[in-house]
Design a protein around this ligand. Structure first.
Ligand SMILES: NC(=O)c1ccc[n+]([C@@H]2O[C@H](COP(=O)([O-])OP(=O)(O)OC[C@H]3O[C@@H](n4cnc5c(N)ncnc54)[C@H](OP(=O)(O)O)[C@@H]3O)[C@@H](O)[C@H]2O)c1
Length: 313
């Protein structure tokens, strides 16, 4: 089928494109510049230049590309999120999610695109109920201020994708990416923070993270092009784990010294409650619905064995 990717040059877009090509799909990309058009053409991808914040530009580009499926992987995140500037650094991504998504969906609808598969995040649910949540858990719209706008924009994006008449909306809530080209790579921004011992375990470190290897996220996305019901799916590995377990394991894999431990009051006062949420109250996410529906088996089922394989000192 013909697959149009928005975000083909990003952390997931890079491994996704060759997987789509290997699966026999005809791959096109929405890009924002002539330089990016040349780059994707060199990877065997048909470029379509447009401004995603201009509805008419997107509509025309999608009409010319005429894909069966549109894959939305647009984010605008720095290589390392500075927790002190969290709100400001998430703003460009919030804008893509809240403002560009309606343009993509309207263009998909006008061009008769069958399905839109859209990147979301699993770590947007409220810290209540069981330690590992499914997709029906409440979205944390009342999150601490620095994170609240990101949750609101992501929720608006999901609703737009799920409720555009005539287009099947599939929302993939990926866990925290790790692996090549991500912040959690040997040369990634977070790895640098861990090596510099600037990434401590906060309080009891009970916040539960769900990770996904970037190649598993890309493979899941290929499966989501077809079959299954439209809806929301977590795409995470099999082992959600508290910070007090995964962070020392990641430090060991990187050959770094053990992470420091700090009482929650310190980052709460110095940085803000959002970091304390991620470190102490975040819930994990179950991948059962996606596995059951799309027959996905991650090649890296647990970070526990994958970190030592993927990360080096
Ligand atoms: N679930 C997760 O954990 C998660 C999810 C997403 C990202 N991240 C992390 O965030 C970091 C950066 O992510 P990333 O590499 O995907 O890069 P990114 O800078 O967030 O860009 C992603 C894609 O969006 C495109 N894009 C960004 N702004 C755009 C705009 N205004 N108009 C059109 N296209 C736009 C980029 O195109 P250009 O090439 O033109 O910039 C790129 O193709 C990485 O460390 C990654 O691991 C984590």
């Amino acid at each position: 089928m013909k697959v149009l990717v928005a975000g083909a040059t990003g952390a997931i877009g890079r491994p996704l494109v060759p997987l789509l090509q290997d699966a026999g799909h005809d791959v096109a990309a929405l890009v924002r510049s002539a330089a990016r058009a040349d780059e994707v053409r060199g990877r065997g991808v048909e470029p379509h230049v447009c401004d995603v914040f201009d509805a008419a530009s997107v509509r025309d580009a999608v009409a010319v590309a005429a894909p069966d499926v549109l894959v939305h992987q647009l984010t605008a995140l720095p290589a390392l999120l500075d927790v002190r500037r969290y709100e400001e650094q998430l703003r460009p991504t919030n804008r893509l999610r809240a403002e560009a998504t309606p343009h993509l969906m309207a263009a998909a609808q006008a061009a008769g695109v069958r399905r839109v598969v859209c990147q979301s995040i699993s770590f947007l649910t409220a810290p209540e109920g069981p330690p590992v949540q499914d997709e029906d858990a409440r979205v944390y719209l009342d999150a601490p201020k620095a994170f609240a706008a990101a949750v609101a924009a992501t929720h608006a994006m999901e609703q737009c994708v799920l409720h555009t008449d005539g287009v099947e909306g599939v929302v993939l809530r990926y866990g925290f990416f790790y692996g090549p080209g991500t912040a959690y790579a040997t040369d990634g921004g977070t790895a640098g923070e861990i090596r510099a011992r600037r990434f401590p375990i906060v309080g009891a470190g009970g916040g539960i993270s769900s990770f996904v290897h970037i190649d598993d996220a890309a493979a899941a996305t290929v499966l989501a092009l077809d079959g299954g019901a439209p809806g929301v799916y977590n795409v995470c590995d099999d082992e959600p784990a508290p910070m007090r377990e995964w962070l020392p394991a990641m430090a060991a894999a990187l050959g770094a010294r053990k992470p420091l431990r700090v009482p929650a009051i310190i980052p709460r006062l110095l940085v803000g409650p959002h970091v304390v949420h991620f470190a102490t109250t975040l819930r994990g996410n179950s991948n059962a619905r996606f596995k059951r529906t799309f027959g996905w088996t991650p090649a890296h089922p647990t970070w526990r064995t994958a970190f030592p394989e993927v990360l080096t000192g």
